[in-house]
Write a protein that binds this ligand. Structure first.
Ligand code: ACM
Ligand code: ZN
Length: 750
């Protein structure tokens, strides 16, 4: 009996000592948790210093937030040394200047809370931290509290980067006004401060422009296959409402008005803006289209300046994004007006014409007190006037921008494209993102403003956006905000898992941290075997796999530990939860041939954007999948591909083979032909055969084709393949005249 009482007593003591959880994303620079809690109740007062108008603004936001959760608190102005008993006090007194504009100090004692900052955003971020210290149920829509317990803490915090953004594409799929506001809340909650709002595209124009009503009468709607109209737009009143909503949450909105490319919706509305003047329809397909604004036509500039005048009136932030990416020059090259402009401006090429175009717009916007941002293609004809660059095609584009002296926003496809599936960019990968490239100077580092994640919505209607952005946006928020020394992926992951309850209460339909099945492989040092290990996306999943290409079921081999392949094999694996299949079957072809793991020399500069497999990707034993962005393919744009494998010593060979991919909407074409050469000494190469492609450039869908040649009887040490590109995208192609891509993987020699 005594023992039972003692056990009960110790339980009570334990309960009393158990600290309320502190779980904040992004993790603050310094957190010290103290014993005890502060209880916010109906008699708690919110206090601000009399003369602090920004504190008044944030304190009012906080008061309204608590009111929406059932707690109505008084907000009072105070002077000098106020009575802080049972108070939440917003003050500048005691602020440490090195915490900068967005930094704050938050102290929760058992008797009061002090929020110390030097700006509205500092106060606001302290409130967001305080909000994450509240009980989990605080985020439920129907939360109704008469008392809120907050753990005692001392937090000192400030961001690493000033630009922490999300690019939301509301063009490929229209997103409702409430959905956009909800994302402003989600950004603010995670201390992100930029909504880059992609508002014009080939597939839809989404912003009302009073002077050009057809932009929304015509340009905001595309016709679906069943004849229905799909689309929508934001009225200027909607936009003013959203901008005000964002301002209250310290989120700045950067509108993106695309030019000169990605503009078919505008050209469909006003055909006189294009080079041909011919009628066009708002695009219904995804891709890059050759019809762009005519650079030789003065009306193009009149129109864009009128549009941007209205845009600048609606959006107060100093930056306006003008796109500038993926603008094929085919129409300009074939347009008398564009050619005349090239001549009159003494320009060397059509990249320079784009530079002229964008500089002219930048100079116009400067008269409105605005600066432009453009995607990294804007550097191709020389840096346009005072432009900030958004680097997307790879970290090397960050280098190019800083070398050109341009401020940069970093959002590479490798880490920041959250439209990509989670098996290509998983949570860990996002967390490993470093916006600062190696090898730049301290001075150049200052040009790096921060980063953004890109949420392109070709394949993501509104209802799927949450599952793509979360939990990956949590990782980005921490990369951009948190002090590098306090960051650790394992600790972050623990916090993410404790944060899910809050996201669920907010109605966020978050997705996976990684694919349900993740297949890893390690080639042995002698390149004779491959060890395959499989990770599950969640602990409670069971994985079944096959190695003969058959569809895996619960009757296949259950994965328990890594297994070894001693010959080429197709591994298929799938996850089950309580006997129900979760997600897609994962397929990976492994190759073990005479060339696997040998040295390969490339006679081309592979695109860093796709180079996840490194320089040896062509012989790493893993074949690229149907996803061109799986990080396994080796790719090049606008050139043939030459690769030479050194087998290490002369030996008889019987077959040589190399695989290629075609996905023509993405400008990726199977080569016209592949020539194979061999050599014994590595200097004189003999052509041993040419394999022609059976695939036509027009052939649709994802096509993988292996070019294979029988070379029985040949003895050699070196094998070279030369793949002949089809050249520029053909005339029928939406990006006619633009350099096409070759995607190769894997070179096998038997
Ligand atoms: C882009 O993804 N075209 C910027
Ligand atoms: Zn033209």
């Amino acid at each position: 009996m005594r023992k039972v009482v003692l056990m009960l007593l110790s339980g009570i003591v334990l309960l009393a000592c158990k600290k309320q959880e502190v779980n904040i994303i992004p993790v603050p620079m310094q957190v010290v948790q103290e014993k005890g809690n502060f209880n916010i109740n109906k008699s708690t007062r919110i206090l601000i210093d009399t003369d602090d108008s920004v504190a008044f603004k944030v304190a009012t936001y906080f008061q309204n937030l608590l009111k929406s959760k059932g707690l109505i608190l008084e907000l009072d102005k105070v002077v000098n040394f106020p009575d802080l008993k049972n108070a939440i006090y917003f003050t500048k007194k005691g602020f440490v200047d090195s915490l900068g504009v967005e930094g704050y100090m938050l102290t929760v004692n058992t008797g009061n809370i002090t929020i110390c900052a030097n700006s509205g955003s500092g106060y606001f971020y302290a409130v967001q931290t305080l909000r994450q210290l509240m009980p989990m149920g605080f985020e439920s829509a129907n939360a109704n509290y008469s008392r809120l317990s907050v753990p005692c803490v001392r937090i000192i915090d400030k961001p690493t980067f000033g630009w922490r953004g999300l690019n939301l594409d509301c063009c490929r799929h229209f997103m409702s006004k409430d959905f956009v506001k909800r994302y402003i809340d989600l950004l603010a909650y995670h201390k992100m401060n930029i909504l880059h709002w992609h508002l014009t595209e080939d597939q839809g124009w989404r912003i009302e422009i009073k002077k050009y009503p057809k932009l929304t009468e015509v340009g905001a709607w595309r016709q679906l296959a069943d004849g229905t109209e799909y689309g929508g737009y934001y009225t200027q009143d909607d936009i003013r409402e959203i901008v005000a909503y964002a301002a209250e949450r310290y989120v700045n909105i950067v509108p993106e008005i695309e030019m000169p490319g990605h503009s078919v919706a505008a050209l469909a509305s006003y055909p006189q803006l294009s080079c041909t003047g011919e009628p066009l329809k708002v695009e219904t397909n995804w891709g890059v289209f050759k019809d762009i604004y005519c650079a030789g036509n003065e009306f193009t500039f009149t129109f864009l300046q009128d549009v941007l005048t209205e845009v600048a009136d609606l959006f107060p932030f100093p930056y306006i994004h003008i796109g500038g990416d993926e603008a094929p020059k085919y129409r300009w090259e074939n347009c008398p007006k564009c050619r005349a402009r090239l001549k009159s401006q003494k320009l060397k090429n059509y990249e320079e014409l784009q530079q002229y175009f964008i500089s002219r717009i930048a100079k116009f916007l400067e008269t409105k007190g605005r600066r432009i941002i453009g995607w990294d293609e804007i550097l191709e004809g020389g840096r346009p006037h005072n432009a900030t660059v958004q680097a997307w095609r790879g970290m090397d584009r960050v280098d190019s921008a800083v070398f050109a002296g341009a401020p940069v926003i970093v959002s590479p496809t490798s880490h920041c494209y959250f439209d990509y599936p989670v098996d290509v960019i998983d949570l860990r990968k996002v967390y490993s993102f470093n916006p600062i490239p190696d090898g730049i100077s301290a001075q150049q580092k200052k040009l790096i403003l921060g980063g953004e994640c890109n949420m392109w919505t070709e394949h993501a209607p509104q209802k799927t956006v949450d599952s793509k952005l979360f939990p990956r946006m949590l990782a980005l928020s921490e990369v951009l905000w948190s002090y590098p020394k306090v960051r650790s992926y394992d600790k972050f992951l623990e916090r993410v898992r404790r944060h899910y309850g809050r996201l669920s209460n907010m109605g966020v339909n978050y997705g996976f941290e990684q694919s349900a099945v993740k297949v890893n492989s390690q080639l042995s040092a002698d390149a004779k075997s491959i060890t395959v290990s499989i990770e599950r996306g969640q602990e409670n999943l069971e994985i079944f796999y096959t190695v003969d290409g058959a569809e895996p079921t619960t009757k296949s081999i259950k994965y328990k530990k890594p297994f070894v392949l001693k010959e080429s094999a197709t591994v298929k694996a799938v996850a089950f939860l309580n006997n129900s299949r979760v997600g897609e079957v994962f397929t990976r072809e492994f190759v073990l041939s005479k060339s696997t793991g040998k040295n390969v020399k490339l006679g081309f500069a592979p695109a860093t954007k796709y180079m996840g497999g490194g320089l040896q990707a062509l012989v790493d034993g893993r074949k690229g999948t149907e996803a061109y962005n799986d990080g396994i393919w080796q790719a090049v744009q606008g050139s043939d591909m030459v690769a030479t494998v050194d087998l290490g010593k002369s030996q008889p060979i019987s077959t040589v083979s190399v695989g290629f991919l075609q996905s023509n909407p993405s400008w990726i074409f199977i080569p016209k032909q592949v020539d194979f050469f061999t050599s014994v000494g590595g200097t004189d190469f003999t052509l041993v055969g040419t394999v022609l492609s059976p695939v036509k450039a027009e052939d649709e869908g994802l096509i993988r084709h292996d070019f294979t040649l029988n070379v029985k009887g040949i003895n050699c040490r070196y094998v070279r393949m030369v793949a002949c590109s089809i050249g520029n995208c053909p005339d029928w192609h939406p990006a006619a005249g633009s350099p096409s891509w070759l995607f190769a993987d894997e070179i096998s020699v038997y």
